[in-house]
Ligand binder design. Structure first.
Ligand code: ZN
Ligand code: ZN
Length: 339
């Protein structure tokens, strides 16, 4: 987000948090500039759902989910494409989410939302607050329709069912710090016209239908000891735009890790090469490429970043990002051989 001054953004957030609901007027004092940004001490991100299964007992599908752990506090990011897949993989990985109260849905597509109810039901048995707060960005509940004109009620139905289970959606229209040093981007500004989504999904309204540009697509941005780490689900806002938003929130420090679905599998080689060049200029060092990134695009990005096979790899279920270590994935997921 080239045009946004980070201090204005952070200041605006502080103002929004402190201003009374009726009093957001021009005569309020200017917010303090240059606040000290919190930093996570230890960060671990574990992929729970993507196309490639890491080892026996784990399963893959066209979808995404990951667990973020920052200094022992955890957030679930996306919930997979089928109701039970993430839960099955959690059991194999011996992970219990009973103490995880916050979950994020990156956008409305069901390959990211389908596990929410199963997971809420399962872990609320031990802790009624488990996965009880679901963070989303503005636009996720917009009226939608499918290509054949039938209403797309995925999010409308999910909202009713999740609230019936005691869950509450929190809708963000701006960046929000969910944990110290851990930011939800909210809707991502799009200075780059990346348009990384499949056609055939529509917004519906009185004036007819329009392409669903996934205005709500949102990422997690973490201020880690290695630099900024970005976690994205399907990358529909565009990975360049997402990384620029990370800079807008945390400043122009290197992006030590970019993790998740980048939605480049349908893009031309020239487009992926241009994306790689821009990511390099934005300071991206390592990529754990999941879900809709594509294998060939991952290879092209690796070359564009001048990175080793260990630093830009295909994500498998169970693969991780660990602060101070980097990408942790099996040898099978590496593209190319070590130099
Ligand atoms: Zn999607
Ligand atoms: Zn997806």
């Amino acid at each position: 987000m080239m045009s946004l001054d980070r201090r204005q953004l952070i200041g605006g957030l502080a103002l929004a948090l402190t201003a009374p609901a009726r009093g957001l007027a021009a005569d309020l004092p200017a917010p303090a500039l240059d606040p000290v940004l919190a930093k996570v001490g230890q960060l671990r991100i574990t992929v729970l759902d993507t196309m490639v299964a890491g080892s026996s007992g784990l399963d893959g599908e066209w979808g995404f989910a990951a667990l973020m752990e920052a200094d022992g506090r955890r957030i679930l990011y996306d919930t997979g494409a089928s109701p039970g897949m993430v839960l099955q993989n959690l059991r194999t990985l011996n992970l219990d989410l009973s103490d995880v109260e916050d979950v994020i849905l990156s956008h409305n597509h069901d390959d990211h939302t389908a596990g929410l109810l199963t997971l809420r039901r399962e872990f609320a048995r031990a802790n009624p607050k488990a996965l009880g707060r679901c963070h989303v960005a503005t636009g996720i509940f917009a009226a939608r329709e499918r290509a054949d004109g039938r209403p797309d009620r995925n999010m409308a139905d999910l909202k009713v069912a999740y609230e019936a289970l005691g869950g509450a959606f929190i809708v963000h229209d701006a960046p929000a710090e969910l944990l110290p040093g851990v930011w939800f981007t909210g809707p991502v500004p799009r200075p780059h016209n990346e348009r990384n989504w499949n056609p055939g999904h529509y917004l519906s309204g009185p004036a007819g239908r329009a392409d669903d540009i996934l205005a709500e697509d949102a990422a997690l941005v973490i201020n880690s000891p290695d630099g900024t780490v970005v976690l994205t689900g399907c990358g529909h806002a565009g990975v360049m735009n997402i990384c620029e938003q990370a800079h807008a929130i945390l400043g122009p420090q290197p992006i030590a890790g970019l993790i998740g679905g980048l939605h480049l599998f349908l893009n031309s080689r020239a487009s992926v090469e241009a994306t790689g060049a821009r990511l390099k200029a934005l300071g991206v060092r390592r990529i754990l490429a999941a879900h809709c990134t594509g294998f060939e695009p991952t290879w092209i990005l690796r070359q564009a970043l001048d990175a080793s096979p260990a630093d830009v790899a295909v994500a498998t279920v169970g693969s991780q990002w660990i602060s101070g270590v980097g990408v942790q994935t099996g040898l099978l997921a590496r593209l190319g051989t070590a130099p």
